[in-house]
Structures are given as structure tokens and as C-alpha cells.
Ligand binder design. Sequence first.
Ligand code: FAD
Ligand code: MG
Ligand code: MG
Ligand code: MG
Ligand code: MG
Length: 551
Amino acid sequence: VVVLAASSGGGLVAYADSQPDQPQGFKKKKVVVLGTGWAGTTFLRNLDSKLYDVQVISPRNYFAFTPLLPSVTCGTVEPRSVVEPIRRILEKKGGDFKFWEAECFKIDPANKKIHCRSNMGTNLDGNGEFLVDYDYLVVAVGARSNTFNTPGVTENCHFLKEVEDAQKIRRSVMDCFEKASLPYLNEEERKKNLHFVVVGGGPTGVEFAAELHDFVTEDLSKLYPSIQHLVKISLIEAADHILTMFDKRITNFAEDKFGRDGIDVKTGYKVVKVSKDAITMQNPATGDITVPYGMAVWSTGIGTRPFVVDFMKQIGQANRRVLATDEWLRVRECDDVYAVGDCATINQRRVMEDISEIFRVADKDKSGTLTVKEIQDILEDIYVRYPQVKLYMKSKQLNGIADLIRTGKGDTEKESVELSIEEFKKALSLVDSQVKNLPATAQVAAQQGQYLATCFNKMQTAEENPEGPIRIRGEGRHRFNPFRYRHLGQFAPLGGEQTAAQLPGDWVSIGHSSQWLWYSVYATKQISWRTRALVISDWGRRFIFGRDSSG
Ligand code: FAD
Ligand code: MG
Ligand code: MG
Ligand code: MG
Ligand code: MG
């Protein structure tokens, strides 16, 4: 079936169902998606595949449910249960998708081309490289683990980012136990092999330490009774506390629980070097200390992938650390390229940069002052364009516009008076302090992928009926409202069937009941009924038989 509809551009748009040949003069736009992680996969699942010719490029042909990777490191959940083949996801959707298992190593925005390399044998040129054209490019390549150039980390530490990493960690834990059991080792060597070091006290490091502790106490202690008292788990964090992105109550609970569990939490220590057998860390009070270890997991943060750094140089973002997009997720200074998820950050516009323009738009009667009514009329638009204003009013417990005006006029003024530009500036002068970068989480990545798909699906209708907020001089017409993040809460599993949950509205809950909430949320969030069934049966198997220790 081919339906033709007039588009605002005067041309014809075709919505073709299973029709390989398009009417003359029309070609579907090519959308190229880089990456099959949270952002890329969510984008693809929500994209109306009839509208575009879609090509997906990723070095791995599956989606991985990263929140369960820490569970894979100790065999609580099997690797198979946390991945879903991308081809299965695309096939379920139907429509025009192509997938290439390859890595993009260069973006050429001037010619709208992507340079890719497959690691599966060679083409005629002999290097497995190929070029892909795009009309629209969606960069969703995630981030790399960041070593902060600490010597020896890449060579000697495990990362925990991919499914393979989790599998390697699992084998390595078992190797350490088997090594420590060999007859020819002395006590000190056994201790060294059973010293597990986790560097980085963020959610991933903490969850891994908790998983490992459970694995050791619940399962391995029975299998290795003669050496289990030699096991030590250290968690090293450069800041003063672990889990700093969580509520203070959660941080305290986690530190206390780990203390009781015998996990050695070393805060205020910075790792400066890792060799094959020992880790060197620094603390202003103690100076350098070097400790032997058996296995180390490095989880201190993320950095930008090298080919993205190269792309940033090409588009004038060389002085930035992370690729910047605007609030519509369009890469700054680069037409038709979008970026979602961990590989980018939104460069939120400051109210103060646009204040005169906002004043001009608000002052409908051109009186040179703003009445309460005039401000009220534009407030919703301001909230949409500058979410920091709403956050500011919330943080200062300002109930409405009159409160905000009072902060501009001083407390003594009556409500009816009008605001000059100076007073308007004063009222809003502090709101930009509420601009925050969104965290690098699956929640953000998925919401961005979904938002961008909605924009792509509505591209044509939005041309005719734009719904975007106030425009600032020099910006093009906005067809959509900007991306807005809805925080749904955050979990920190702490081991022993206890989880800390921080839900919107500063609602904190810690303990066994939140563990059940965690189980149910993570079962619900599974990408397919197949992985849901696998994960739930893994949990059940673990409850009944314990974790598997072969490997
Ligand atoms: P990713 O999901 O990392 O996907 C990137 C994709 O790009 C991958 O498919 C990759 O193969 C591909 N790619 C890489 N290089 C190239 C290239 N050169 N060309 C083409 N494709 C490329 N977040 C939460 O919200 N809750 C949690 O509980 C949670 N737990 C986590 C636990 C662990 C162990 C980890 C590592 C992360 C966790 N996160 C969690 C964070 C979350 O996984 C990330 O924020 C999320 O994956 C970001 O999505 P993304 O699509 O940007 O990147
Ligand atoms: Mg992705
Ligand atoms: Mg992912
Ligand atoms: Mg991001
Ligand atoms: Mg006026």
C-alpha cells in the first residue's frame, strides 16, 4: 500500500508498506544509527520504520541489559539472560532495517559519510573497511571506561562494561580461589590471591563488591572452607564517601553495612599505579601505600571514545570533554547529526544569556515593563525552554510567579507592580545555578532514544504544526519541545538481599522490601519475554541451588 500525502515543502511524501520501489522523485531518507546499547536500541524500537531507510552499525549484534552485569560477574544471572540479539528486535518490528556488525572509526560530517570497519575477514581491498552515506546520523555509541591515564590499569585491571567483561571477571574470581588452594603456596601468597580490589565507589563498583561478598559468603565459603578466612574485599574511592550521587542516608547505610560485612572501604585514597601483583594508592595522611592483590576491577568513570574525540575536533568542539548537543539532542554546529546516551551531554541554554530576548518576547504591549500577567503568559514557555527555572522555584520553595517577582523587587513590594528589565534580571539571576548535567545512566539513554524516535516519527507533521517553545534570535524554528528527563528513581543493591532505593521526591527506602522492588522493576524492564523468563529462572535457580562455581 502506498499512501501519498502533501508535505509542507511542496513535495510528496510516501508511506510505503513492503513496497521496495518508491514513486519517482521520492526517496526515503537514510537514517544511520551507531550503537545497539540503551540509547540506540530504544531509538530503533520506537522509530516508525515505514518512514525511513534505516541502517544500524554496531560492533556487537545484541543489546545488553547492563544493570544486571554485576549479577553476571558472580553467576547470579547467566550471560545469555541479559542479552537480546538486535536482529530479533528489528525483525519483530518489521520494516526497512539493515544491520552491519562493524565499528565506525570515522565520521565525515562534511560529506555525510561514515567510515566503518568489520573485524570479520576482509573485502576486496583487504581491510574490511566500507563507507556508509547518511541523511540523518544518530550517534549512540556510549562511552569507554576511563583509566585517567593511571599506569598499569589497562594491562592489569578488569573493567565492567560489557558482557565479556563480566564473564572474564567471573572466571578470574574462580581462578583466584583455585590458585589460592594449590598445595605449594604459603599463607601470604594465598592471601594475595584472595585479595579482591574494587576501584571506584560509584553504583557499579559498590554493586560488584556486594555481589562478590555474597558469592564468597553464601557459596564459595562452603566449597573452599580451608581458605575462606583469607578472603579480603577492598573498595577504594578517591572521594570522602562512596555512592556520592545518592542520598546521604543511603551512603551512610552502605558504608556501615560494608563495614559490618568486613568489606574494607578505603575512602580518600587515589590509586596511582597498578602493577601485576600490587596496587599503589595515595592519601595525604599516609602517603603512598602498596598492597598485593589477586584481582582488581576498575570502575571509576567514563570517557569519550577516540573517534568521537576526532569528530569533535572536526566540528569545533575540540576544547570540550564530552560531545555537546542542544536540548533537542542535535549535535551543536553539525547539521543532521544527533547524539544520545552516554556519548553526549546536553548543553542547556542559560537564561542569563537570553534574558533581554525573553524580556522582549514577554513584553507584549511594548511598554518596557512586565506585568504579572505578561510574565504568567510566558512562564510555561520558559519552563519548557529553561527547565532550570522550575527547578529553581522548587528548590527555593517559591510557590508562583509573585514569589519570583518579589525576589526581583525585594520583599516590601506589592504584587501588582511591574518589573523593569533590571528587576527581571535580578529575579532570574540565580536560576542558572540549577543547570545540571544528566547522569550517564540507562534511564537517561533510553528516554533520549525514545524522545528522538518520536521527533523522527513526527518530523513531517511537525513541519506544519510546530509545538516548540519560544525562540531565541538566530535559532531556527523549533518544531518540537526540547528533551525533558523524568527521573524515576535509582537503586543501589548492597548485597544480602538488601537494596537501597531512592525514588522521586527524596523518598528513600533501604532493606529487604526494596530488594523485592528491585527484582520486580528489573523483571519488568526486560526487553523481551524471553530474557524476562531467563532472568527470573536464574534468580529462582540461585535461590534453590546457589551460584555455580565452575569456570
Ligand atoms: P551503551 O549502552 O554502552 O551502548 C553503546 C553501543 O555502541 C554498544 O552497542 C556498542 O557496542 C556500540 N559501539 C561502541 N563503539 C562503537 C563504534 N565505534 N561504532 C558503532 N557502535 C559502537 N544505568 C542505569 O540507569 N541503571 C543501572 O542499574 C545501571 N547499571 C549499570 C551497570 C553496569 C555494570 C554498567 C557498565 C552500566 C550501568 N548503567 C546503569 C549505565 C548504563 O548502562 C549506561 O548509561 C547506558 O548503557 C548508556 O547507553 P548508551 O546507549 O549511551 O551506551
Ligand atoms: Mg546505544
Ligand atoms: Mg547498553
Ligand atoms: Mg548523556
Ligand atoms: Mg509590558
